[in-house]
Design a protein around this ligand. Sequence first.
Ligand SMILES: [Zn+2]
Length: 271
Amino acid sequence: MSNRATTLSRRAALALPALLLARPAAALILPERVSQGSLVTGRADPGTRVTFEGRNLRVSPDGLFVFGLKRDAEPQATLTITAPNGHREERRITVTPREWDIQRLEGLPGRMVTPDAEALARIRAEQERLNAARRTNTATPHFAEGLEWPTRGRISGVYGSQRILNGQPRAPHLGLDVAVPTGTPLAAAATGRVTLAGDLYFTGNTLLIEHGHGVTTLYAHMSRLDVREGEAVSRGQVIGASGATGRVTGPHLHLALFWLATPVDPRPLLP
Ligand SMILES: [Zn+2]
């Protein structure tokens, strides 16, 4: 399809002399319209350079690339495309706004809503670890196969909700909650490598797995971790079990999806 697009624009340029001044557009497959909080994949001719928000995206040998839009992304996203022949152009994508739920949770321990100084120091150190793990950006695009459910259950929390914890406004919920009993085996949503395995203040026993091009899944509140940092895991492999560790009102899996540091909605990638 990309070759055909190139051929067509070259043919058009030959047929209409006025268009000779306009160089052929880079062949690019990209959705024209996406939603806030989306993971967006595109395809370009091999050797194309693609930049989003000043960052060079990894483009696989067959032209696949990916980037993520924030929950509060502006109505338009701009990509800069540089073809192998050096021709550069900008592509704009319309970003559809979404409506976010409001989620109120009561009965959380006070230290989980307003951590003390000691806890804040721990949270900051953990944030550094999380950021380092999410910077991982490897070559094989395992994410392109889509995700599979780590476990099935009632969806008790969705991406993007505005959160009011014990009556106090807090950061939005940037993952998907699946209510399952403690001890339920959890499977890796896609093939990849474990970039973080540890016990964190808010998310309890937590695993991060990178699936190529900086796309990472996060599994939180687990009762048990069966894999270690650096370990390769395959899609569907049991990586541990669900639980109620960290900031929770009951046992569930919190599943999050990131493009580098940007949290995106995992739901559209799940069956
Ligand atoms: Zn959650």
